[in-house]
Design a protein around this ligand. Structure first.
Ligand SMILES: NC(=O)c1ccc[n+]([C@@H]2O[C@H](COP(=O)([O-])OP(=O)(O)OC[C@H]3O[C@@H](n4cnc5c(N)ncnc54)[C@H](O)[C@@H]3O)[C@@H](O)[C@H]2O)c1
Ligand SMILES: [Zn+2]
Length: 563
């Protein structure tokens, strides 16, 4: 097995009628992976049955659609992909498939295939082989010939399973057994992982209904950006979007890494600062992409903090109705928060993040080494979101942060990488359960944010960095939890002490309380409805409450206001 091979997908090939689609579906179900059938996707995309594509547009046209679909399928992660019976014949398809997944071939005798395709035609699968047999007097013979001609290609699979006489679930079991054997599943250490082909740099996957993608976190990992992109089956021209600060530090390095990996590279650099996250700059980037004849398969790379990520992601989501894109977060906020979850957008003069979409990247690659150049205040602000992730869902992680404050604030590589990886994984887990913020499961991430938004808006977003406001907001939310009898005073103090050790503020001064409550009411997500408070029951255990009285909220704000 080649060492640069990524084996996060499972590919099921074989002649039509061998049960690829049903087996793939069953395997996906058992592994809790995604499922994709390239023939089905083609039918969905064109709105035409495959037989009609063949009769109206010809086989070549179908093969072209198939190639495109295979390319897209290979950009998936942890997906069981059933491919059309003739797809693997194309050398370009084979090469791509072999690079990104384990290929399992389902075998069956021509008689079995004939049986499944014709006797069960009414409920049988719609496949690309049916049109090829449509006008044949002796379909069984034709199956024999066609199958024989494809046999050398099927022989290239990593594993073959004879399906005659086996049920779908028996075949699925065999596929899983084979994949475990091939990938030596659950390797015990990095060396084994490397040998088995499992990518040890992956921290976690974000798995949504529409896509799965990996988050890589590693000290010095920027060097591997080009390699990771190639493993994700990306090719073409990469357009780096970055701001002046970040580009002046890392621009030429990243350009060099990408060129070395064989990508053509263009760069578009914008001024730093939240004002740049606007339609005005989105349009400037569109102009640049048009001018450089950017195509749908090319790639956008967001190199920078959350501002660049939101802006570049918005452009990627909208240009040519969506292109592949990659997040290379360089601020702590972006590494543990903004780059994960697919929220992209720009600001409107009337409000922050008013224009946007959910559009997941193809991969996220975070290199904590880049934090060594991040201004101190930005770094401290980022710790607030890291601490927040522990407070809402993971007490053990809070303990880890408490025990290592000094080494973490000194950016000690190993611990820093661990902290970022854990924090990113918590966010990934939450957003995977609620891709588009519809099911309320993402709400837990708003812990500390109700008061934070009030503080930010009341000061026209000028006084606090977001994380600073969140830190104060977390203290407020914890105190409120205590006041309502949910949380112990010890827990409130524990959180406060941790925030302070990381250098975060826990009180504010010089602000009228009504200014803050008014701004909280105006917060777009709560307008017309009661504010949904995210509170703590314990460290690492979150709860939600809507009927909190104004009197209680004011009392808490009073406590937070430094006299
Ligand atoms: N999409 C989401 O889910 C999400 C979540 C949280 C925040 N956000 C958005 O993210 C933005 C805030 O992100 P941010 O805090 O990263 O701000 P930012 O992108 O403005 O970066 C902060 C500053 O740090 C600089 N910088 C970044 N990386 C650097 C590095 N490695 N070395 C030196 N300087 C560096 C930037 O140039 C900038 O001046 C806001 O627009 C916010 O709305 C989005
Ligand atoms: Zn936040």
């Amino acid at each position: 097995m080649k060492s640069d091979r990524r084996i996060t997908n499972l590919i099921i090939t074989g002649f039509s009628g061998t049960g690829k689609s049903l087996v793939a579906m069953e395997v996906a179900l058992r592994l809790n992976w995604d499922f994709l059938d390239t023939d089905d996707e083609i039918v969905k995309q064109t709105g035409k049955p495959i037989a009609e594509i063949f009769s109206q547009d010809g086989e070549d046209s179908f093969r072209e659609l198939e190639r495109e679909m295979i390319r897209k399928a290979c950009q998936q992660w942890q997906t069981v992909i059933a491919i059309g019976g003739g797809a693997i014949v194309d050398p370009q398809n084979y090469e791509l498939l072999a690079k990104t997944g384990l290929i399992v071939c389902l075998e069956a005798k021509p008689e079995t295939i004939y049986e499944r395709l014709f006797r069960e035609a009414a409920r049988g699968p719609e496949t690309e082989v049916r049109p090829l047999l449509a006008n044949d007097d002796n379909p069984l013979e034709r199956i024999r010939q066609l199958k024989a001609s494809r046999q050398p290609h099927y022989a290239k699979a990593d594993w073959t399973i004879h399906t005659d006489g086996l049920s779908v679930s028996e075949v699925a079991e065999e596929v899983i057994r084979a994949s475990r054997l091939l990938r030596r599943c659950a390797p015990r250490n990095d060396k084994e992982k490397a040998r088995s082909g499992i990518d040890k740099d992956i921290v976690c996957l974000v798995k949504t209904a529409t896509q799965s993608y990996p988050i890589f976190v590693g000290y010095g990992l920027l060097e591997k950006l080009g390699e990771k992109m190639k493993q994700a089956a990306l090719s073409g021209t990469a357009t780096i979007i970055s701001d002046e600060n970040v580009f002046s530090l890392y621009g030429s390095k990243v350009e060099g890494i990408l060129k070395h990996a064989g990508f053509a590279v263009n760069s578009f650099v914008v001024p730093p600062g939240e004002e740049t996250k606007s339609m005005e700059y989105a349009i400037k980037i569109y102009d640049f992409l048009v001018e450089h004849r950017t195509e749908r398969d090319d790639i956008i790379i967001a190199l920078g903090g959350g501002m660049v990520g939101d802006l570049a992601g918005f452009v990627a989501a909208t240009f040519l109705r969506g292109m592949p894109w990659i997040q290379v977060p360089t601020s702590l906020v972006a590494m543990v928060d903004a780059s994960i979850g697919g929220k992209v957008g720009v600001n409107h003069p009337e409000g922050k993040n008013l224009i946007g979409d959910f559009y997941q990247p193809n991969l996220v690659l975070a290199d904590p080494q880049t934090l060594t150049t991040l201004p101190q205040r930005e770094l401290i602000s980022g710790w607030a979101e890291v601490i927040k992730h522990g407070m809402i869902l993971d007490e053990e992680f809070v303990q880890f942060l408490e025990s290592n404050v000094n080494r973490l604030t000194k950016l000690e590589p190993e611990l820093l990488t661990r902290a970022i990886a854990s924090s990113a994984a918590i966010k990934a887990q939450v957003v995977s359960q609620d891709e588009k913020e519809k099911e309320g499961k993402r709400t837990v991430l708003n812990y500390g944010h109700t008061i934070a938004h009030g503080l930010e808006a009341a000061t026209q977003y000028k006084r606090f960095l977001h994380g600073e406001a969140v830190a104060i907001g977390m203290v407020g939310a914890a105190k409120l939890s205590q006041r309502l009898g949910l949380l112990s005073s010890a827990a409130v103090e524990r959180q406060q002490a941790l925030l302070q050790k990381f250098g975060l503020p826990t009180v504010f001064s010089g602000l009228g309380l009504t200014e803050i409550t008014r701004a909280m009411e105006l917060d777009k997500k709560t307008k017309g409805k009661a504010i949904r408070w995210v509170l703590l029951q314990d460290i690492g255990r979150v709860t939600m409450l809507s009927d909190v009285s104004q009197r209680d909220v004011l009392a808490i704000l009073q406590e937070l206001a430094e006299s």
